[in-house]
Design a protein around this ligand. Structure first.
Ligand SMILES: [Zn+2]
Length: 295
């Protein structure tokens, strides 16, 4: 059941006769997910309770960082000092050409992620890379502007759009921070690393679309010192995180104006016995032929 919007915009004078009827057609969900096996959140919670910390990376303000997270481990991202938005990339640790696909994740789970939602990889693997298992901002829900937290809408702030709109060059956008972090991890040049940087999960970011113009909006994150999300790694991952130059993203990004804070990435490993019954998901089962007969 899809809830109707509170009101439709007025129709233009030259609207066709069937306009009202067309607008009255009820929508259907594009990708019902009932056929997907639900994540075993009780198993994850029990494993997390037995996990011990094995590593941490502090991402400084307006910087990026990378942290490996093995399949079966948990990645906790938190605000150790104050409100801060993070832009998260995920790669397969062994093959970074397999990477997070925010668009399909959005199509499957909605514009913002919460506990139990998956982060999916792109084609041809299309499988869960991570599952959100904890979220201290789960209480936020949806506000009166349509704002929610942890979006998979906003791509990432980048120096190209900034140059397009302002004419200036800024080197601390999330896209550049992720490029530097990934290049530093792999030993690649910026030119080699940049194409593997991809659309993100906007951790802690509070966003939505305006009701009148449908424009993407942001507002100050409700995250405070100590807030966190946790992700369970379904496959071996390299996580890349940028502490966005927008800080809490309440005013502007792509500049040095906003007050920024670091982000903390911690890895927790449960004992293998705690994950009995869980298996790392295989790559997608589609045959890959696209209707082209083999020669
Ligand atoms: Zn950013």
């Amino acid at each position: 059941m899809i809830t109707p919007a509170p009101g439709s915009a007025p129709l233009p004078d030259d609207a066709p006769e069937h306009a009202e009827a067309a607008r009255a057609v009820a929508p259907v969900i594009c990708y019902p997910t009932e056929s997907l096996p639900p994540p075993d959140l009780a198993l994850y919670a029990a494993a997390r309770a037995q996990a011990r910390k094995t590593g941490e990376v502090v991402v400084p303000p307006r910087e990026g960082g990378c942290v490996p997270v093995r399949a079966g481990q948990f990645l906790r991202i938190s605000c150790p000092e104050g409100p801060q938005v993070g832009d998260l990339n995920l790669w397969n640790l062994a093959d970074p050409s397999e990477r997070f696909y925010s668009g399909k994740t959005r199509a499957l789970h909605g514009t913002h992620l919460g506990v139990g939602d998956r982060m999916w990889s792109g084609f041809p693997t299309l499988r869960p890379m991570a599952t959100m298992t904890a979220d201290s901002l789960g209480w936020y829900g949806v506000d009166g502007f349509g704002g929610r937290v942890h979006d998979v809408i906003g791509t990432r702030c980048d120096p190209y759009t900034h140059h397009l709109l302002s004419g200036g060059d800024y080197q601390r956008c999330c896209h550049s921070n992720l490029t530097r972090a990934f290049a530093g991890w792999t030993g690649q040049s910026a030119a080699e690393a940049e194409p593997l940087v991809h659309d993100v999960l906007n951790v802690f970011m509070c966003t939505g679309f305006t009701a009148d113009t449908g424009q993407y909006f942001m507002k100050a994150t409700p995250a405070r010192q100590g807030d966190y999300v946790e992700l369970f790694a379904e496959i071996d991952l390299l996580a890349g995180l940028s502490a966005c130059p927008g800080g809490d993203c309440g005013a502007e990004h792509s500049s040095d104006v906003a007050q920024c804070h670091p982000l903390l990435c911690e890895v927790f490993a449960p004992p293998p016995a705690a994950l009995e019954g869980w298996e790392s998901p295989p790559v997608n089962g589609y045959d890959g032929s696209h209707g082209i007969a083999a020669p």
